[in-house]
Design a protein around this ligand. Structure first.
Ligand SMILES: [Zn+2]
Length: 89
C-alpha cells in the first residue's frame, strides 16, 4: 500500500486534460481539449481517498448520490496538468 499522495494541485490552480489523456480518449481535436477548470476545495469521500481532483464544474447527477455527495465534477489527477492563466467565466 502507498500512503495518500501529497496534494498535487492546490486550490484555484487552473488545470486541463493532459495531451496524453486527450489522445488516448480520442478527444484531442474535440471540445475537451479546450476545457479549463479551477481546482476547488472539496471534502468528499472521494477526495479524502486521494487521486481525484474536484473542479469548478457542476457534477452530473445520476440521482442515487448520497447526501454527502460532492456538487463538483471530479477528475483523476493523473489526467490533469496545471496551466498558467485563469479560467474565463
Ligand atoms: Zn471531492
Amino acid at each position: 500500500m502507498t500512503t495518500k499522495p501529497a496534494i498535487k494541485f492546490p486550490i484555484n490552480t487552473t488545470v486541463r486534460f493532459t495531451v496524453a489523456y486527450l489522445r488516448n480518449t480520442g478527444q484531442f481535436m474535440g471540445r475537451a481539449g479546450h476545457d479549463r477548470w479551477q481546482v476547488v476545495d472539496c471534502q468528499c469521500s472521494l477526495c479524502a481517498l486521494g487521486g481525484f481532483v474536484a473542479v469548478n464544474e457542476t457534477a452530473y447527477r445520476y440521482g442515487d448520490e448520497g447526501p454527502d455527495a460532492s456538487p463538483w465534477r471530479h477528475i483523476a489527477e493523473g489526467n490533469l496538468q496545471a496551466v498558467k492563466g485563469t479560467v474565463r467565466s
